[in-house]
Design a binder for this molecule. Structure first.
Ligand code: AZA
Length: 303
């Protein structure tokens, strides 16, 4: 006899925009996000016996996403996600867990004639800020924050040698190569007891996001990289050091290859080794290097 092994449902891809208008200065601040809210609890019968009495319609979940964005700050997104998730478990006694994902899109203030503009913004890249919050009755609030799609490239300062050489190997060892990747980085907070614990010291979230972003770029730029593996480990180590309330840092980095193009067939053009200037960026295949770095042995298995 089949059993419902797991179930959650809700609304995904809810696009939300919120503007904050400073009455005194006339300066506007805008936020745009894409929200997913999925609920878990005593909802089995909706699947097994068509019992819709346990279903909070996904349309109502969508409405709640807008209403909570109106009632509460959406900055930082960790706070908004906690308010939203807490609402579902406080309001519906049969809902035990709310899974909230917030993807924040970039709107960066324009600087016009050297002055920050009051109400005009531009999209400076596809990088996103991510929050995944799990709010569980009787357990607390688990939050994973992150950055995805931070595209970076360095034209030197990267090597890769000493790797396994056998009958499958064609890749030459290099002491100077291009390194390019789209950084996905997450940091998992120690569990918060409740919403008040998230609110208390709420500035920690934007600070950590800024610190992580700075570390990712600074380490990428300054490290003479022996490999993607080693550079990413250094990134994670420093984030853990700077943000003591974080237990684990995860990284996922594609290695986006740029191959040399041998042009010697054309009038003897030199374009390899130290003479390489024109490269062919590859779309695929790409390397993919991942790791999670825990603060210590006790946090290895954190969520
Ligand atoms: N790590 C790198 O940094 N570069 C590589 C790898 C790897 O594992 N494999 N090929 N190139």
């Amino acid at each position: 006899m089949p059993v419902l092994a797991s179930a959650r449902y809700g609304k995904d891809n809810v696009r939300v925009y919120k503007v904050h208008k400073d009455e005194k200065t006339g300066v506007h601040t805008v936020f745009e996000m894409t929200v997913c809210a999925l609920l878990e609890g005593e909802i089995e019968t909706s699947y097994t016996t068509a019992d819709n009495s346990v279903v909070v319609a996904t349309d109502s979940i969508k409405n709640t996403i807008y209403i909570k964005a109106k009632e509460h700050p959406v900055d930082p997104p960790e706070l908004y996600a906690s308010y939203l998730g807490q609402h579902f478990i406080d309001t519906y006694s049969h809902i035990t867990t709310a899974h909230i994902k917030v993807v924040q899109h970039r709107w960066t203030r324009m600087v016009i004639d050297g002055e920050p503009h009051a109400h005009s913004f531009y999209r400076d890249g596809e990088e996103k800020r991510i929050v995944e919050a799990t709010i569980t009755r009787g357990v607390g609030i688990d939050i994973k924050s992150g950055i995805v799609g931070l595209s970076v490239l360095k034209s030197t300062g990267s090597a890769f040698h000493g790797f396994v050489r056998d009958e499958y190997t064609t890749l030459p060892e290099v002491w100077d190569r291009i390194l390019s990747t789209d950084i996905d980085c997450s940091w998992t907070w120690k569990r918060f007891a409740d919403r008040a614990a998230v609110e208390n010291g709420v500035e920690r979230f934007n600070k950590a996001w800024e610190q992580a972003r700075t570390v990712l770029m600074r380490t990428f730029a300054n490290d003479y990289s022996a490999s993607v593996q080693n550079t990413m480990y250094k990134m994670a180590e420093e984030i853990l050091q700077l943000v003591p309330e974080v237990d684990k840092v995860g990284l996922s980095l594609p290695n986006k290859h740029y191959w040399e193009v041998d042009l010697s067939w054309h009038k003897g053009l030199k374009n390899t080794g130290k003479d390489a200037e024109v490269f062919a960026p590859q779309t695929n295949p790409n390397g993919l290097i991942k790791c999670e770095v825990a603060r210590d042995q006790t946090t290895v298995t954190v969520r």
